[in-house]
Write a protein that binds this ligand. Structure first.
Ligand code: SF4
Length: 403
């Protein structure tokens, strides 16, 4: 049976560790340049080597995004970076630009090339073109239905990767100039300002200052604000098409997001592979996906063009039922050391979960600072505080609280 990988985002070294520990078969990340998320922490050369060692030790692969639309200056600087990526042992290079692909073949010939979703592959003839060019894998466009993906699969031996979760573009990925036009920040250089998420008005040139609301319907004016993708319910169909990789979007999201989404899709896919015919998404998985920061979910194009149902018209805000507050660093003799991420207080009701542990409620008791003195609240981000937890806690467990 086809066993697709779970491919998770690694926006920085901590998120890489979370992704791998919470069940990813592979992660994707960028160095400090040439990737499509310039505002994620990303990886220095040293961090990239360390990340590869960590992933290898846990049996996971690392794909590196080099998927900007390159300018001449990039072409001059890329050879050294590509040689470094091969020498460091990257498992794949995610590329959108033919010029970058030519350089990758020359300076990193042993590393397989994956065609980025920025190339917008939406038909099997394009897939064959890229296969003949020498790509090993294609990250398909998000704007495809299940039958369309199956038809592409039927015509090519290439590995196919599909997005199953995360933010969607209002435009085809990489075909958007809105952010560059309005803010001078090019989405094609990894610097998208999410200009599509805003509320827009109409102004007639002879009446400056008179902002006329634009109503798509009675709900409001966020006319380009796409919902977030969630294909949990469609895993059996996707497995059956024979795609090789299920990709989770979100290199800019938190370690909590990466851990939660990776764990949910890991469990769901394992259940699906065990019994595809009997697969029913566990309501608890959907509940977990409501705890992380997200826009209202959609199944995107998988069951056909979503039309207006693919947009959120009334708000640009993201929602989440829970707030991430800390990462457990260690647990010994009934006390946990926690790296604080958001303020929490003595006596507060929180929730803890780990890579193999289901969410469990907990009261913060006997909170102490790093010197061991009792404190009423943890208030300094990244400070290591401790409190009593009377059951064993897994390494890499996370804490959150209901909003
Ligand atoms: S502005 Fe919106 S549509 Fe354009 S690239 Fe950014 S997220 Fe996508």
């Amino acid at each position: 049976m086809n066993r697709p990988e779970i491919l998770a985002p690694a926006g920085d070294p901590e998120k890489l560790r979370m992704a791998v520990i919470y069940g990813a078969d592979a992660v994707y990340l960028a160095g400090r340049e040439f990737g499509m998320r310039a505002f994620a922490g990303n990886f220095s050369d040293h961090e990239l080597r360390e990340g590869l060692i960590f992933a290898r030790a846990h049996g996971a692969k690392v794909y590196v995004t080099v998927n900007i639309i390159a300018g001449n200056d990039d072409i001059r600087r890329l050879p050294a970076y590509l040689s470094f990526l091969q020498e460091a042992g990257a498992d794949g290079l995610i590329i959108a630009d033919p010029g970058v692909f030519v350089l990758a073949r020359k300076y990193a010939p042993e590393v397989p090339c994956h065609l980025s979703t920025q190339a917008n592959t939406t038909n099997w003839q394009s897939a064959l073109f890229w296969q003949e060019a020498g790509f090993k894998r294609i990250v398909l466009a998000r704007e495809l239905s299940l039958p369309e993906i199956a038809e592409i699969r039927a015509h090519t031996d290439l590995e196919l990767e599909v997005f199953v979760h995360g933010a969607m573009c209002w435009a085809y990925s990489g075909r958007c100039y809105l952010s560059h036009y309005l803010e001078g920040r090019s989405a094609n250089r990894g610097r998208c300002a999410q200009a599509c998420r805003r509320s827009y008005y109409l102004v007639e040139e002879k009446h400056p200052g008179e902002y006329m609301p634009v109503f798509t319907d009675e709900r409001g004016t966020y006319i380009m604000n796409a919902r977030d993708l969630c294909l949990l319910d469609y895993l059996p169909g996707l497995v059956e098409t024979g795609v090789n990789s299920f990709k989770i979007e979100g290199r800019m999201k938190s370690a909590h997001y990466v851990a939660t989404v990776t764990k949910v899709y890991r469990r769901a896919l394992d259940a699906c592979l065990l019994d595809p015919a009997g697969f029913r998404p566990d309501p608890a998985w959907h509940n977990e996906l409501r705890k992380i920061s997200h826009r209202p979910y959609t199944s995107g194009f998988i069951a056909g063009n979503p039309g207006t149902e693919g947009q959120v018209y009334h708000t640009t805000a993201q929602e989440s039922s829970h707030e991430f507050i800390g990462i457990v660093q260690s647990w010994q003799d009934g006390r946990a050391v926690v790296e604080m991420r958001n303020r929490f207080v003595e006596g507060e009701q929180v929730e803890i979960f780990g890579p193999a542990t289901d969410p469990r409620p907990l009261t913060v008791r006997d909170l102490r600072n790093p010197e061991g003195d009792p404190i009423p609240a943890a208030i300094r981000v990244q400070e290591h505080v401790s409190f009593a937890i009377h059951f064993p806690v897994e390494p890499f467990s996370l804490l959150r609280r209901p909003r």
